[in-house]
Design a protein around this ligand. Structure first.
Ligand SMILES: C[S@@+](CC[C@H](N)C(=O)[O-])C[C@H]1O[C@@H](n2cnc3c(N)ncnc32)[C@H](O)[C@@H]1O
Length: 489
């Protein structure tokens, strides 16, 4: 299945190749489609290859090979469908292109993007696009789009039972919806196929500009003291400009790329959590995708930051160079680079490298040439913590922080995250770069460490996290968190 933009690229590559006998360069495609960056083209070409529409690239300049002449069919893309909410129509002329080979020979089809995770056990995840065949009847067990009482549209499994219809979620944490005779239900279609990953950032941009998304759905007020479940870029686009004082971002480091190790933690003392988790989808993007992703979320961060605000980003060599470069592209000035030294780092098991024992943090502001960002110099100078052997009270804080990576028992009480940050690091950042009452945003909230530190220190917080499992843990942690008045002596 292709997006409109990918179809345009495919058409151009095909006609160009027919005319000239060789394929266009990325730069020629970029110019023809009037796109800002070649990396966007790379992204689309890689999607076209994955889908088998273009052949594998040989290692030469003009090497995009048109592999498939599959006739493509335009399918109307009607919008989003969420449990309990009406279908939210987007632009009338949206469509996606689908290879004719995978479609039934008869019937009207449409596509919807699914919001929510009530169907995860059927492998339909938040953000997926489903291909639906329009029809008003269904067999038991089929996945249907149903309209209840003429206003609630939902995607569920259909069961006609004695005296009622049961709409069954494919997720144990959701209750079935029972429709008795006094209620109205209309079947609007049956799901034929699920298309993953159509929700890439680049695709969103080609279908609806960020401005369109923003003007359609912008939050009246930022959702203070909550952890939002969803994709950070889509949600940040709904934030008003200049609405956040501090961003504390612990993004996926893209650690898994090119690394097929699947390290299952069986019995290593002191190492909790599922280590194989860091090899999950969100941490395993092709480099170009990761670059686009990083650019998009940092662009939104810059937009939502107040001129007095600043952003901290955690990283390692896998991603921090890219973050640094994108800050420069976006004209976000770096204030400091901090090395978080982890005295208790785990030794390198293979003995083929040095023991990785630090992470790097970049601190930056978006003051457009003016350095008005908030910094509590006094607090930084007076700061001391027994565990930090490099910081003496009354002396300026340096850019190397000695903070053990272990977590207190309380930090793990409601569940763990494979890359959970210790509260000691988060508190230090919140303390020196925000004031009580400020809005602290954690765009990759995980199990909520940054939000917990903010709440403890009397700041307001907003977390955003893609995985429901982590959102739930973060919420539990936050409701058990109280403000602490004397964290720093
Ligand atoms: C490095 S972890 C953050 C851990 C966090 N600092 C903590 O202490 O719990 C990165 C998190 O980003 C989440 N994530 C990945 N892609 C995301 C996206 N597009 N939007 C929101 N969250 C995302 C992952 O699910 C993961 O939990």
């Amino acid at each position: 299945m292709l997006t409109k933009r990918q179809k345009e690229i495919l058409d151009f590559v095909e006609s160009y190749s027919q005319k000239k006998g060789y394929s266009p360069s990325f730069e020629e495609i970029r110019k023809r489609l009037k796109l800002a960056s070649v990396s966007t083209i790379h992204f689309h070409i890689s999607k076209l290859k994955e889908g088998g529409f273009l052949g594998k690239t040989e290692n030469k300049a003009r090497a995009i090979i048109v592999a498939s002449k599959d006739p493509m069919v335009k399918i109307p893309f009607l919008g989003t469908i969420a449990a309990g909410e009406p279908i939210e129509a987007i632009r009338q002329n949206e469509f996606i292109a689908v290879s004719k080979n995978i479609l039934p020979s008869t019937g009207n089809l449409y596509a919807l993007r699914v919001i929510g995770d009530s169907m995860v056990d059927e492998n339909i995840k938040n953000g997926d696009v489903v291909l639906v065949k329009q029809q008003d009847t269904a067999e038991n067990g089929e996945r249907v789009v149903a309209l209840i009482d003429n206003h609630e549209a939902t995607l569920k499994k259909f069961y006609q039972e004695r005296g009622h219809i049961r709409l069954q979620p494919a997720n144990k944490t959701f209750e079935p919806i029972i429709i008795r005779k006094d209620r109205d239900i209309k079947i609007q279609g049956v799901v034929l196929d699920v298309i993953r990953n159509l929700d890439s950032n680049v695709d969103v941009e080609t279908q609806q500009s960020p401005q369109q998304i923003q003007s359609a759905k912008v939050f009246d007020e930022v959702p203070i003291n909550s952890v939002l479940h969803g994709d950070t870029i889509s949600l940040l686009r709904r934030f008003p400009d200049k609405s956040v004082d501090l961003v504390l971002a612990d993004p996926p480091y893209n650690l898994s790329k090119g690394n097929n190790i699947n390290f299952q933690n069986k019995g290593l003392k002191g190492f909790g959590g599922k280590w194989n988790k860091v090899m999950e989808d969100w941490d395993n993007l092709p480099f170009v995708d990761y670059m686009n992703f990083t650019y998009e979320w940092l662009k939104e961060v810059k937009r939502v930051l107040k001129p007095t605000g600043s952003v901290w980003v955690f990283g390692t060599y896998h991603n921090i160079g890219l973050i640094n470069t994108i800050f420069q592209i976006l004209e976000v000035e770096i204030i400091n680079e901090v090395v978080w030294y982890k005295r208790n780092a785990f030794p390198n098991l293979a003995g083929r490298r040095l023991t990785a024992s630090h992470e790097t943090l970049l601190w930056a502001h978006a003051g457009n040439g003016k350095r008005n960002y908030y910094f509590d110099y006094h607090a930084s100078k007076e700061f001391s913590e027994d565990s930090d052997r490099l910081k003496e009270r009354g002396r300026q804080m340096r850019t190397v922080w000695d903070i053990p990576n272990n977590k207190e028992r309380e930090e793990l009480r409601f569940g763990k995250h494979p890359t959970q940050k210790p509260l000691r690091v988060c508190r230090r950042i919140v303390k020196i770069s925000s004031k009580p009452g400020d809005v602290v945003l954690a765009p990759f909230a995980g199990v909520g460490s940054e939000c917990v530190a903010a709440k403890e220190l009397g700041r307001r917080y907003i977390g955003i996290e893609l995985e429901k499992e982590y959102v739930d843990i973060a919420k539990k942690r936050l409701s058990a968190t109280n403000e602490i008045k004397t964290l720093f002596n």
